[in-house]
Write a protein that binds this ligand. Sequence first.
Ligand SMILES: [Mg+2]
Length: 194
Amino acid sequence: MEFYLDVDGVILDFEAAFVDFVRDEYLPDLPLGFILQSWELANDFNTLDIDEVWHNFMDSDQFTRLNLLVDTDSFNQLSEQHPVYLITNLAKPQYESRRKNLERYQLQYKELFLAGHHNFNDDSYPTKSTVISKLHRKGERMVFLDDHPRNCQEVKSAFGNSEVFLMSRPHNKGLEDSMWTRVDDWKDFLDKAM
Ligand SMILES: [Mg+2]
């Protein structure tokens, strides 16, 4: 068995930190319980220059301190038993911040890669299946977890035998497809994947 895991919305809570950053820096009246409803940040914050906010957040200390959505013990246990690869959809300049954020929680994994459906206007930016194709060992069960339906579809299309899981998040609520199995949280994923 080999595991290919997304990071934002699966292992680290990008959305909550981003909302807190927007409240601290731009919209002090944003309610404390505000939840992003869309993957496109501009849809939730249409009064802001979202590109500017995005870049400021990426450069901020908060971005290296996103909260954990998994429990370290079960995560590291999985890593001891199987190869676990992390594939995060960030641009190159954010690689080091992301690595540090994961290190902060002492998460064990084989390697961290940048890939995904959002290519940051870089035509050479890889899809998740491109990265997986270089790592996959023939005959091994391939388990993929992501909170973005497009990545799930992309991987399932490339690898028909893969076991693809969609992590439930507010932005993917109600989207169902035979390509993936929906999971509620990390524990639910372990229960269903193992
Ligand atoms: Mg994600």
